[in-house]
Design a binder for this molecule. Structure first.
Ligand code: ADP
Ligand SMILES: Cc1cn([C@H]2C[C@H](O)[C@@H](COP(=O)(O)O)O2)c(=O)[nH]c1=O
Length: 198
């Protein structure tokens, strides 16, 4: 039996990761494949049952707190491709079980998997699940955003507000910006706020 293919889209916030997942789902459906979108249940920012991009595009997506197996209501038999957003959050304590092993089982069962997620947190530390899936992937695309300060390609996420003590804090343009290496300030929200005032 043919094994499934694993595709990963990663990068900073605002790089187009969720947009890429929606495009992949649309392409799969246009080819007659059954595509199922899943997202972490704890991220309810833009509607619990939908995957919504920063531009407001959206599709139905099942909120999950563990990765369901093939034959579950979320991934019924006959599913050709599973698309997972925010894979960096599919980790303890907000997610049960080992998502990497769950994805391996889907691939071994012949299901294609596409995963989107942050490669690094706002302090430049890699997210474990994204890193492991990149190692297993058939194809990895590192997407880049536009630096909020100078417009150059951005590989980093800057935290500009909220709680500087928290590695995980849900938010969008209210708390975060995409930045290039020159304008990224790893350990200080306050230092970052001065960049745009100049
Ligand atoms: N505050 C913002 N900063 C940068 N881009 C933004 C912002 N708000 C909306 N966008 C739009 O978000 C798009 C990417 O959205 P999305 O696919 O959800 O990105 P990602 O999933 O990588 O965070 C960009 O093409 C840009 O047009
Ligand atoms: C960098 C970074 C981000 N987050 C949060 C902020 C958002 O809720 C999501 C990322 O969403 P996107 O679809 O990639 O734009 O993650 C966080 O908690 N910690 C971080 O370091």
């Amino acid at each position: 039996m043919a094994r499934g293919q694993l595709t990963v889209f990663c990068g900073p916030m605002f790089a187009g990761k969720s947009t890429a997942l929606l495009e992949q789902a649309a392409h799969a459906r246009a080819r007659g494949l059954r595509a199922r979108l899943l997202k972490p249940a704890f991220d309810t920012r833009r509607g619990a049952g939908r995957l919504t991009t920063h531009d407001g595009l959206s599709m139905e997506a099942a909120p999950v707190a563990t990765l369901p197996g093939l034959g579950s209501p979320e991934i019924p038999h006959g599913t050709g491709t599973v698309l997972l957003d925010e894979i960096q959050f599919m980790e303890s304590p907000s997610f049960d079980g080992d998502v990497v092993e769950g994805i391996r089982a889907l691939l071994l069962a012949g299901v294609d998997v596409t995963a989107g997620g942050l490669d690094m947190d706002w302090q430049g530390r890699p997210f474990r699940t994204t890193g492991m899936l990149c190692a297993m992937a058939t194809s990895v695309t590192k997407l880049r955003a536009r630096c909020a300060v100078c417009g150059a390609p951005a590989t980093m996420t800057q935290k500009t507000g909220g709680d500087a003590g928290r590695a995980v804090e849900l938010g969008a343009g209210d708390l975060y910006q995409a930045r290039c290496g020159t304008h990224w300030r790893p350990f200080s929200c306050e230092a970052a706020q001065g960049d745009l005032a100049a």
